[in-house]
Design a binder for this molecule. Structure first.
Ligand code: PEP
Ligand code: MN
Length: 337
């Protein structure tokens, strides 16, 4: 249920309503917009007297939210959310580019990736320290050492970081070392992990599970918001279909669909979405054209030697050429990198 306050209603009226809801064992989640405050209410709605709530000072209307997800929905918050990560405003007119290797492999490898990326203006450096590999004998990541290397490299170049969290047991450590968390496709429905991340305020990029519907994707985000962390960025990274020509089927219709249903930013990962270098540029262009708020692209100084995803990573030079080609598309949709 949502309680929409009158435009310009004073904060103390919102505070009174919140107090009353809490006394009824409900969880009010206020969202203070530029024009008006909206209070989303989580909990057993059956006992709520809508007429009474509508009579309270400052209340314009009370609405039941029909969709199974509430806090992520545009019904509850009509204006798009912008998430600030060290000054990078994800969801704004500025498109966000996250780039870096699939895995953190060494300090030298990260430096060789980060330096040219920073020179191109990339602000968020990616690199997996804990890797979700299909087989147990594949490289599993450098763990804590990898987090340190990612942090130190990014600091040298004034970049923010994003890295994947696989396990609740690593969450505190990763929160201390990284500016952003990533929940990978394989963990999109790891509900205990989502709830724990919800108790932090860390910006988190939630990747779509490879067999998740859009509704399940948004419900996974709802887990994080419902615990109090509003800083969720969605990421379309392709789903599994019968098609074998690409690693995954990059479902770009998700972008405008999610934009209609939710206020959260959504970025696209054309690297994992296609698994093919020659498809990354066209899919990046298409992602920007259909409204994505940014891209995540894998870049490795020596892709053929990479310890994971060797076939799909760009060299910094290849990335540079792709990045240049995206400017006119961004401009066409009134955005820029
Ligand atoms: C990644 O981005 O490092 C990754 C493992 O991607 P996904 O979870 O989308 O497979
Ligand atoms: Mn990868």
């Amino acid at each position: 249920m949502i309680i929409v306050l009158k435009a310009g209603a004073p904060q103390n009226q919102a505070a009174e309503i919140i107090k009353e809801l809490e006394a009824k064992n409900l969880t009010p989640m206020p969202m203070y917009g530029v024009e008006r405050t909206v209070i989303a209410v989580i909990g057993e709605e059956r006992d709520i007297d809508v007429n009474h709530l509508e009579s309270l000072p400052g209340v314009e209307k009370v609405m039941r939210v029909v969709k199974p997800y509430k806090l992520v929905s545009r019904e509850v918050k009509p204006e798009s959310t912008v998430i600030d990560v060290n000054g990078v405003k994800i969801g704004s007119d500025h498109l966000c580019m996250m780039a870096g290797p699939c895995s953190v492999e060494s300090a030298e490898q990260m430096e060789a990736a980060a330096k040219p990326l920073a020179a191109l203006g990339v602000k968020i450096l990616r690199g997996g320290a804990f890797k979700p590999r299909t087989g147990p004998y594949s490289f599993q990541g450098l763990g804590k050492e990898g987090l340190d290397i990612l942090r130190e490299t990014a600091d040298r170049h004034g970049m923010a970081t994003i890295t994947e969290v696989l396990d609740v047991r690593h969450l505190d450590m990763i929160c201390q070392k990284s500016d952003m968390l990533q929940v990978g496709a394989r963990n999109m429905q790891n509900f205990e992990l989502l709830k724990e991340i919800g108790l932090t305020k860390k910006p988190v990029m939630l990747k779509r599970g490879m067999n998740a519907t859009i509704e399940e994707f948004l419900l996974a985000a709802e887990y994080i918001l419902s615990k109090g962390n509003p800083n969720v960025i969605l990421c379309e990274r392709g789903i599994r279909t019968f098609e074998k020509g690409t690693r995954n089927t990059l479902a770009l219709a998700t972008v405008p669909q999610v934009k209609e249903l939710s206020h959260l930013p959504i970025i696209v990962d054309p690297t994992h979405g296609t698994g093919k270098k020659n498809l990354i540029l066209p899919m990046s262009k298409a992602a920007i054209a259909c409204g994505a708020d940014g891209l995540m692209i894998e870049v490795h100084p020596n892709p053929s030697e990479a310890l994971s995803d060797a076939q799909q990573q760009f060299t910094p030079e290849e990335f540079k050429n792709v990045y240049k080609e995206l400017d006119p598309i961004a401009k066409a949709v009134n955005r820029s990198f």
